[in-house]
Design a binder for this molecule. Structure first.
Ligand code: SME
Length: 164
């Protein structure tokens, strides 16, 4: 098992980077079913591959989202259902891309440097939402269907592996 990531492409070429990252993540984590291990190394790998401003997980704990493994500046610790982009993605059970966080009603600004973000629900094998994956950028309009596709494959991999 390799314990370092290897890229031949530029971080700006996201399509190519996701293509390089996915098989390496799968090889690194295929034997893991512990959610914290998966979240921790996925957050680290996404930070390393794309140098996102903030990338991490909020775990569903009873009726709220609770901060889990992440990479980046310290962040809000608890988010209520329906609040902010994360709480909305959980409530609506859908992926949300926010090109400009200033224009998203109820956006929770953990950092004023965050300008755009994408949030994806994370499911267990029973299709229940167990977490959300939140990726923030310090640039406006930084996320597209390329990120949606790449990150969707990562959360699908989590669903296949977790026991929770
Ligand atoms: N901006 C998010 C909160 C989490 S942080 O950005 C890390 C939201 O509105 O849900």
């Amino acid at each position: 098992m390799s314990e370092s990531l290897y890229f031949t492409t530029e971080a700006e070429n996201r399509t190519a980077r996701y293509s390089e990252l996915l098989p390496q993540l799968k090889a690194l984590l295929e034997a893991e079913n512990d959610t914290i291990v998966l979240y921790a190394n996925i957050a680290a790998a996404l930070k390393e591959a794309f140098d996102f401003f903030w990338v991490g997980f909020y775990r569903v704990q009873e009726n709220q989202l609770v901060l889990g493994p992440f990479q980046g500046p310290i962040a809000c610790t608890r988010i209520q259902k329906g609040r902010g982009v994360c709480g909305k993605a959980w409530e609506l059970n859908q992926i949300i891309i926010v090109p400009n966080v200033d224009e998203f009603p109820g956006h929770i600004a953990c950092s004023s440097e965050s300008k755009s973000e994408i949030v994806l629900p994370v499911y267990n094998s029973n299709k229940e939402i167990i977490a959300v994956l939140d990726v923030d950028s310090n640039k406006y309009n930084d996320f597209s269907n390329i990120d949606q596709n790449g990150l969707s494959q990562i959360v699908a991999f989590i669903s296949e592996n977790v026991i929770a």
